[in-house]
Design a protein around this ligand. Structure first.
Ligand code: HDE
Length: 764
């Protein structure tokens, strides 16, 4: 050690941070962790690895699935310290001159604590401020190397870690989850060839065609600037004013007015890359691709009345659902599907594949599953991970490339740019949740909050002093853009204009509406009615109906009727008089109800009402059957605590009719037992439970005497016959027949909703 100290005029305990004089080498393993990238002879070479720059990820199964271990902090059993690691003796009192004297400026402990607190907040995202995230993995089904050289798709069974953030768009960071809104579906793949961010939405199209209009769209939909209302809602004048003057938004409006905009759970919604991207293989050949995430649990949504109520009782409804699903092991899962097509095919389509307001019907180009994604770990810390994660469409890897979609072009710029303000500088890629597991080596230096400590005196290329390192990877290993030709219109040169097919604003809006089931069509019409009824300027309302007439006359008529608008305004003039004939007139795949999922009830919440005098045996039996199927079955009483049972031990109600209102549950069980039924009948909350479950078309099971409660809540007597048959999702059973009641109940629950009993206006 003495010898070393003599040859090194620096802190000998920190040799790695100070370089080495006279060619002295760091000892292998001197630093914690595996010496994955061994130092070479030159102290000037960037090859000296460190934990900060990371180690080379192994091919195939990726062992770095928990890449954030290096920065996790666990304070259990530890003493409190300042940020400098100085132990704090007293965290209750500031330093004063005498107990009643003035606080002293020298109190560095108080000042550090308050100063840090003063700077805790960072700007929220301009859009998608409200969100929730989770860790997981992507698993490749079969090698896709014929199509793409992208790292996640190279081998069957290959695992790539991911972090996913779901979000709403309009509301602020603390706004409700169940707003009518688009949902963000952003996936960061930590591949062994760098990070790839697939920053998508839960709808496959968008409002606008060109990035030039994005700030206008966002200014229109956000709370209005003079009074900052409404929060997390699009039902206001400025939004509808803008979109009614932008007929290209018609298709997206259909999606946003559909039940897609009020998902039941993040786990039950689809995700889409929206734009056309490219796959590129090892030979440099490229095809076009659209990305789809399809939930294994099926696509399920809320109904509007329910969404509104939930936003009051549990604004964190989706965040909680995601968290609880993962904690309980009911891991949300999606299949990644691709629509792959060539430029030649694209040229033949009746729409332009560069137009983000158009989708490719699955009947035209099928969706082929190529892998699955499972979310299986909640973040340790919301801010460090979910808030600081920075998704950027510019983050692509070899094998993935862009199309010329003009909306995508703007995004490639915007996301990196916005992180610089939001995360405080150009080094946001070094924040642990953002840093790739693939090693990073380049000559970018300095900037606020730099974490890596680049060694050596070379930060330029070409160089000889570092042996030319880091050197260009070359086409075989590095990212190469597809040398795409535009098309015969190359001749046009620079223009501020759009291709002609972009001007067909209505064909696919019609396709979407016509592909919905009657129930879904009703919901769309009702959503337009609701939103437009909130406007204060009648002319905007009329313009929207005039626009809808071009997409669907029946829809326009229904909306107009709901708004008392008679006669209807003339249809808006068409931008393109004779659009190309569409390939398909209906696409059943566009209906939410077309994807019931695996039929499981995993993650579904069931309220089992209990009260003193309950027949507890049947309740316990049904509860344990539900739990076996992965559902969350809670006992809800007039108050929390033990509920004496007539035929078993007392039951323990862990929720009350007051603290967990009925609309927070997917299904309802009413118990048998004369006293229990009498007690529940006396509590108005019980009637609200029943009415909401009825109105929201959820499954209800009434055991024994509790059928009296249905009558008291106002169930139509005309339903008695179908009640007896259980055909409407309302089941009657005897308590001593609990086993078969549970089977029938679970089957009915797996249908999610029983829209057959929906009425507008609602009966109850
Ligand atoms: Fe975004 N978008 N966007 N967007 N977007 C942002 O980036 C933008 C668009 C999407 O969970 C911002 O980091 C422009 C389409 C998601 O962190 C910002 C345009 C789609 C998220 C931005 C679009 C999206 C964002 C705000 C039109 C679906 C949340 C904060 C040219 C394919 C990601 C941030 C997360 C976030 C810009 C249009 C999806 C301002 C300029 C189309 C899921 O950079």
């Amino acid at each position: 050690t003495e010898q070393l100290a003599a040859s090194m005029p620096f802190n000998a305990t920190k040799p790695f941070e100070h370089g080495f004089a006279n060619g002295v080498q760091p000892q292998q393993g001197a630093k914690a962790g595996p010496p994955s990238r061994l130092p070479t002879g030159s102290t000037l070479s960037e090859e000296n690895g460190s934990e900060k720059t990371g180690s080379i990820a192994t091919e195939g199964r990726n062992s770095t699935i928990e890449p954030l271990d290096r920065v996790r902090v666990d304070s259990s059993g530890q003493m409190l310290t300042t940020n400098q690691g100085v132990r704090v003796a007293d965290n209750q009192n500031s330093l004063k001159y005498g107990t009643r004297g003035p606080a002293l400026l020298e109190d560095f402990i108080l000042r550090e604590k308050i100063t840090h607190f003063d700077h805790e907040r960072i700007p929220e995202r301009i859009v998608h401020a409200r969100g929730s995230g989770a860790h997981g993995f992507f698993e490749c089904y079969e090698p896709q190397t014929q199509l793409t050289r992208a790292a996640p798709f190279r081998e069957a069974g290959k695992i790539t870690p991911v972090f996913v953030r779901f979000s709403t768009v309009q509301g602020e960071r603390g706004s409700k989850d169940t707003a009518r809104d688009v949902r963000g579906f952003a996936v960061k793949f930590y591949t062994d060839e760098g990070n790839w961010d697939l920053v998508g939405n839960n709808m496959p199209v968008f409002f606008i065609q060109d990035a030039m209009k994005f700030p206008d769209l966002v200014h229109a939909v956000k709370p209005e600037p003079h009074h900052q209302m409404p929060q997390a809602a699009s039902a206001h004048d400025t939004f509808w004013d803008f979109v009614s003057l932008m007929p290209e938004s018609t298709h997206m409006l259909m999606w946003v007015m559909s039940d897609r905009a009020i998902p039941r759970s993040y786990a039950t919604m689809q995700g889409f890359g929206v734009h056309t991207f490219r796959f590129v293989n090892d030979a440099g050949e490229s095809v076009f691709v659209k990305f789809h995430w399809n939930p294994i649990a099926g696509t399920h949504s809320l109904v509007w009345d329910e969404a509104v109520k939930i936003s009051g009782a549990d604004p964190d409804f989706h965040r909680r659902d995601l968290w609880e699903r993962i904690e309980s092991g009911a891991f949300p899962e999606w299949e990644l599907g691709v629509q792959v097509f060539t430029e030649e095919q694209a040229d033949q389509f009746s729409f332009d594949i560069l137009d983000a307001t158009k989708l490719i019907p699955e009947e035209l180009v099928p969706v082929r599953p190529i892998g699955r994604m499972v979310l299986n770990r909640n973040p340790d810390n919301f801010f460090a991970e979910t808030e600081q994660v920075a998704f950027c469409t510019a983050h692509v890897i070899p094998g993935i490339d862009f199309s010329n979609d003009p909306l995508l072009a703007g995004r490639i710029h915007s996301y990196v740019d916005t992180q610089i303000t939001r995360l405080g500088g150009p080094n946001f890629h070094e924040i642990p949740i953002n840093s790739p597991i693939a090693p990073v080596h380049n000559n970018q230096r300095d900037g606020a909050h730099r974490q890596a400590i680049p060694r050596g005196r070379v930060s330029y290329e070409p160089n000889s002093l570092a042996g030319g390192c880091p050197f260009q990877a070359g086409a075989a290993q590095g990212f190469v853009s597809v040398p795409a030709r535009i098309n015969a219109q190359d001749e046009q040169g620079k223009v501020r204009a759009k291709p002609e097919k972009f001007a067909d604003h209505y064909t696919q809006a019609r396709l979407f509406f016509d592909s919905q089931t009657p129930v879904e069509q009703d919901h769309i019409a009702n959503a337009f009615r609701f939103e437009l009824s909130k406007l204060t300027v009648p002319a905007i309302r009329e313009r929207v109906v005039a626009m809808l007439r071009n997409a669907s006359e029946p829809l326009a008529k229904k909306v107009a009727m709901g708004l008392g608008m008679d006669p209807m305004p003339e249809p808006l003039p068409l931008a393109l008089a004779e659009p190309a004939a569409p390939e398909v007139m209906k696409s059943p795949a566009l209906s939410l109800l077309a994807r019931p999922g695996d039929g499981s009830i995993k993650g579904r919440k069931v309220a089992i009402l209990v009260a003193p005098g309950v027949k507890g045996k049947s309740v316990t039996e049904i509860q344990s059957e539900l739990v076996k199927q992965g559902a969350v079955a809670r006992l809800v009483g007039p108050r929390i605590g033990p509920m004496p049972s007539v035929d078993s031990d007392a039951l323990d109600a862990d929720a009350s009719l007051e603290n967990e209102p009925g609309f927070l549950f997917d299904s309802l069980v009413l118990p048998d037992g004369a006293d229990a039924v009498a007690a529940l009948a006396k509590d108005g909350h019980t009637m609200e439970f029943i009415k909401d479950h009825f109105r929201h078309c959820k499954t209800i099971l009434a055991l024994g005497q509790s059928r009296e409660l249905l009558a008291k809540a106002g169930f139509p007597t005309s339903m008695d016959k179908s009640l007896a048959q259980g055909g409407t999702g309302v089941l009657l059973a005897e308590a001593d027949d609990a086993a078969s009641a549970a089977v029938a109940f679970i089957l009915a629950m797996s249908r999610h909703r029983h829209f057959g009993r929906e009425m507008d206006p609602p009966l109850l």
